[in-house]
Design a protein around this ligand. Structure first.
Ligand code: DQA
Length: 146
């Protein structure tokens, strides 16, 4: 069993990218904390970041055959644009939680619409890096219940 964490464009810059909005925690340290927590639960955690829409879609498509049971995804800018990435998640039918570091409802109007939220199990937005840990707890609880 595995949980897959997907990060969209520009999230490789976390730590230095607009830190007043996205915080100073790096993607590497987010991954480290999640990995340790998942391991203690006996679940494999994989993370993948890409600045390319097609690469994210390929990773979603291959998730099922790789034993991924749950996805945590921050689609970043693709949240507001990508029908194709949404379609990929719907196609594999793996449950997922949508995470945003910032509160997308307190920013520009264009960030309020997500192509993912209506088919997500749930959405975490505005809680910074902690949002990933909370999403992981929810994912692990659901895996335990299965
Ligand atoms: C984001 C919010 C998006 O609107 C933005 O394009 C991002 C990051 C967040 O984590 O707050 O790149 O998904």
């Amino acid at each position: 069993d595995a949980v897959l964490v997907l990060h969209g464009p520009n999230l490789n810059l976390l730590g230095t990218r607009e830190p007043e909005i996205y915080g100073r925690t790096t993607l590497a340290s987010i991954h480290k904390a999640m990995e340790a927590r998942a391991r203690s639960f006996g679940v494999r955690l994989e993370s993948f970041q890409s600045n390319h829409e097609g690469e994210l879609i390929d990773r979603v498509q291959s998730a099922r055959e790789q034993g991924v049971r749950f996805i945590i995804i921050n689609p970043a800018g693709y949240t507001h644009t990508s029908v194709a990435l949404r379609d990929a998640l719907a196609a594999v039918a793996i449950p997922f939680i949508e995470v945003h570091l910032s509160n997308v409802h307190g920013r520009e109007e264009f960030r309020r619409h997500s192509y993912f939220s209506d088919i997500a199990v749930g959405v975490v937005s505005g809680l910074g890096a902690q949002g990933y840990e909370l999403a992981l707890e929810a994912a692990l609880a659901r895996l335990r219940a299965i």
